[in-house]
Design a protein around this ligand. Structure first.
Ligand code: GLN
Length: 483
């Protein structure tokens, strides 16, 4: 049962082949048995999960159930969940019990899903490998010596190891798509504003966006349906009707124009990935797609611009963690200043401090024009690149990252090499456009991710293309050995 997709589990629940309580117990048992290896959960909530499962079974019995009712999920530990620790994988919030529920998790609860617990991640979502967590690194179910990607690496590992049916993630610069690529999952970063950020602990507010991580595009469509939509509690939420994401999954791909940006297939890309994507492109062609070479001329400026903007916003967002109102407070402060300084020094990890310092510097009076303002101009150029590309093609295809999953510890002392891991994903956040990652094939016994980017609000089209690819291939059904 644990190998089934969310859509298959939904059918099993509705046909009464299994109850939500049984399914929840099955996943809880798997977490207990296997998660010692993967460290994908920070907090498991068995009692709450079983209570939600019993409520779901009642809905399944009385006919008021929807497609997600009774499905056991896990949530990245930066969604506030009422009454449950919400740590953001930081010592700073190790003792923080959220007093309210985020819009995303509330909507998923309203749809009848069960929450098994909160997943591990990079501290405050800053990272590309899920190694910067206060609770220790997450391990990749395909090979526990390797990173699962980050920052939503706990969600990725939990889904890949079949410890839950699917999970939520968030993506500021690639944190849904990149770990999905490293673990063989399908993950969607929606258009900025499509999904409410209310109750998500902010990293970089103009880039953050929540989305689903699951085994297939079909599963992502079901989850996004519940997650998406206007929320007046988030001023950047877009007030536009939510389409039926499952309705267009079966559209044929004939005539689809797919762009391959030359900047994303050049130097720095591992040949194993280039070869695997070459085969995936042929597959799409055989499904009717037309391939065009395109250019995103400002792509090489994305990493520096992103790390200035994201760090600047982080330095501002994280100023609320001051030891006064919530979270970690140092022992015996001498005075107020000492309380601020030591609470932050002791509560934050190294990478978070690095970002706060870079961001504060970039925003400071003498350097604002040279760094922050300049980065914002580059951001506009990158957006313009996308707009020009979408005049020529319907979607853009690229790798999700330049290499496959690497060894735990291999890059942790070299922040810049970690920053480069997201070279193909961060442009979408800077422009605000949606992107989906899905397994394109296997190389070296590990999954290889493929990314498809589309124009604003093209989620139905991206899900459709991914679904058609998954109808013709079985990469998304591969299960790691021993799982
Ligand atoms: N690796 C990028 C960063 O550290 C992206 C992280 C994310 O998307 N949350 O900022």
């Amino acid at each position: 049962m644990h190998e089934k997709s969310l859509a298959e589990l939904s059918t099993a629940l509705h046909s009464k082949a299994i109850s939500s309580v049984e399914l929840t117990e099955l996943f809880l048992k798997r977490i207990e048995q296997l998660d010692g290896t993967y460290n994908s959960f920070i907090t498991v909530t068995p009692e709450l999960a079983l209570q939600q499962a019993r409520a779901a079974d009642a809905r399944l019995a009385d006919g008021s159930a929807g497609p997600l009712t009774g499905i056991p999920l896990a949530h990245k530990d930066l969604f506030c969940t009422r009454g449950v620790r919400t740590s953001c994988a930081s010592k700073m919030l190790d003792n923080f019990i959220a007093p309210y529920e985020s819009t995303v998790t509330q909507r998923l609860l309203d749809a009848g899903t069960v929450s098994l617990g909160k997943t591990n991640m990079d501290e405050f979502a800053m990272g590309s490998s899920s190694e910067s967590s206060f609770y220790g690194p997450v391990r990749n179910p395909w090979n526990p010596e390797l990173i699962p990607g980050g920052s939503s690496g706990g969600s990725a590992a939990a889904v890949a190891a079949r410890l839950c049916a699917a999970a939520t993630g968030t993506d500021t610069g690639g944190s849904i798509r990149q770990p999905a690529g490293f673990t063989g999952l399908t993950g969607l970063k929606p258009t900025y504003g499509r999904v409410s950020r209310w109750g998500m602990i902010a990293y970089a507010s103009s880039l953050d966006q929540a989305g689903p991580m699951a085994h297939s595009a079909e599963d992502c469509a079901l989850l996004l349906q519940a997650m998406a939509g206007f929320d007046d509690k988030d001023s950047t939420s877009v007030n536009q009707p939510v389409p039926d994401f499952s309705a267009e999954l079966n559209q044929p791909l004939k005539g689809l124009r797919v762009g391959l940006p030359k900047e994303y297939f050049g130097e720095g890309l591992d040949s194993s990935i280039a070869d695997t994507l070459g085969a995936a492109v042929k597959q799409l062609q055989s499904l009717g797609a037309e391939i065009r070479d395109i250019s995103l001329p400002n792509a090489e400026l994305a990493i520096p611009a992103y790390y200035v903007i994201a760090s600047a916003e982080a330095s501002s967002n994280l100023s609320r963690f001051d030891g006064v109102r919530f979270g970690y407070r140092c022992d015996n402060p001498a005075d107020l200043n000492d309380l601020y300084l030591r609470s932050r020094e002791e509560g934050f990890g190294d990478e978070v401090k690095r970002r706060i310092m870079v961001g504060t510097y970039a925003l400071s009076a003498g350097y604002y024009d040279a760094y922050y303002l300049q980065a914002q101009k580059i951001r506009r150029l990158i957006k313009n690149d996308f707009m020009a590309a979408y005049q020529q093609v319907d979607v853009i295809l690229s790798p999700t990252s330049p290499t496959q999953a690497f060894a735990i510890g291999a890059r942790i002392d070299d922040p810049v090499s970690l920053y480069l891991t997201d070279i193909y994903t961060i442009t979408a956040n800077l422009a605000g456009v949606p992107g989906i990652a899905l397994p394109a094939g296997m190389a070296n016994d590990l999954p290889v991710g493929m990314q498809l980017l589309g124009p604003y609000f093209s989620e139905p089209r991206l899900l459709n293309i991914a679904h058609q690819y998954q109808q013709a291939t079985d990469w998304h059904n591969r299960v790691p050995a021993g799982i």
